[in-house]
Structure formats: C-alpha cells, structure tokens
Ligand binder design. Sequence first.
Ligand code: FES
Length: 125
Amino acid sequence: MPTTWITVCDTCKGEDWAARGLEETDGERLAGLVEAAAQGRAVRVRRTSCLMGCDHACNVAIQAQGKLAYTLGRFEPGPESAEGIVAYAERHAESETGQVPYRDWPQAVKGHFITRHPPLPESDA
Ligand code: FES
C-alpha cells in the first residue's frame, strides 16, 4: 500500500491570531501536534508553507500515490484536531481508493472537508 502523507500548512493563522499575541503560527502549532500524534503510526507528516486556503485556516492535505486526495481546513490548532487528522489519515491509508466511509470518519474531521482530487492516471497514454 502506498504511504499516506499528511501535509500541514505551517503558516496558517486563525482570524484572531494577531490579537492573541503569539509568535508561533496556528499552523506551526497544529503541525507539531500532528507530528506528535503520528509518532509510531502508519502515516507520514510533512510541513509546507501555504496551501492557498488561508481564509479557512488551519489547513492540511491528505495524499497517497494512486488514491483520492483531500484538503481539509477550518481546524483549531489543538490535540483533538490533530488526533482526528491522524486517525482519518490512517483510514485513508487502509482504503484501497482513499475513500473512507462516512461512518469511519473521526468526529474531529466532520465538516472540515474542502476539496477532493482524483488520482492522476498511471500513464500519460
Ligand atoms: S497560510 Fe495556510 S493555506 Fe495559506
């Protein structure tokens, strides 16, 4: 099975981020929590700067070769979000197509789906 990757935007900031007076972005906080939650589990995590969904931060992408890919957003940078994202990515990894039945979605990802991309064809022919 191809590896499922979680790509976390580390430059995301919630609307009230500036008012909270933090140095760490919300995306950096979420990325750290997702990385910690994924330790020892069968998914990989990487960071990127901007997934172009800035107005509905925090954003992540879930991808694996040959499978449906998803972007999810509107996450609060907390442990519950991080655990839900990792648990959803595990279901994505277990799925042949990347499609996870709704009944298996962790509560924390419900209402957070933004886009879905079909996999690219295996060849250009
Ligand atoms: S800063 Fe996160 S999507 Fe743009």
